[in-house]
Design a binder for this molecule. Structure first.
Ligand code: GAR
Length: 198
């Protein structure tokens, strides 16, 4: 399984994939790590493990008055050159249009720190915490799903509830969300490998 991993930030989920591959608990290789942010720490992690990286920002496209579809199409071409079987969006904070998604139909997966139809979009962990504080929910969760043009939507590959605990702090809750993500991202890639094999 050849993976391209798209990131925008810390890259702790990229690290979870790297660790599972290096521990040989995940039969895959990461052929490319892409970031749309130069300062993303995930790029440092990738280089530390000898992985190919690509920094590919949208800003030059905006400055030239080009569309996001133009950016997405060029990004797809750059990623496709590495012939990935699966594209993993692991904290990738740019909504991909069909100009990208159609190139890898059914093979782009996205990680999100909430359950389906709850807290789509940015700052999902913070918004779940606020809803808990307001007495509206008693759990949140994590999902990995097939990416579609709608934000944080699409058929779910794997999901897990993360309950709020008595005396929880936001930091403790966020840490449990992230720990869950690090397991589920690996599990989702394993499951997709099975699907693509059959
Ligand atoms: C993760 O919590 C991921 O679920 C979230 O960004 C974080 C990236 O962390 N993604 C989204 O919110 C997508 N809507 P990381 O850079 O440490 O892997």
């Amino acid at each position: 399984m050849r993976l391209a991993v798209l990131i925008s930030g810390n890259g702790s989920n990229l690290q979870a994939l790297i660790d599972a591959i290096e521990a040989q608990t995940l039969g895959a290789q990461i052929v490319l790590v892409v970031s749309n942010r130069r300062e993303a720490y995930g790029l440092v992690r990738a280089r530390q493990h000898g992985l190919e990286t690509l920094y590919f920002p949208i800003k030059p496209y905006r400055e030239r008055g080009q569309s996001r579809e133009a950016y997405d199409a060029d990004l797809a071409a750059r990623v496709r050159a590495y012939a990935p079987d699966v594209v993993v969006l692991a904290g990738w904070m740019h909504i991909l249009s069909p100009a990208f998604l159609d190139v890898f139909a059914g093979r782009v997966i996205n990680l999100h720190p909430a359950l389906p139809n709850a807290f789509n979009g940015v700052n999902a962990i913070e918004r779940a915490w606020q809803a808990y504080q307001a007495g509206e929910i008693d759990h949140s969760g994590v999902m990995v799903h097939y990416a579609i043009p709608e934000v944080d939507a699409g058929a779910v590959i794997v999901q897990e509830r993360v309950p709020f605990l008595p005396d929880d702090t936001f930091e403790q809750f966020a840490a449990r969300i992230h720990a869950t993500e690090h397991r589920l991202i690996v599990e989702a890639v394993r499951r997709l490998a099975e699907v693509l094999k059959s």
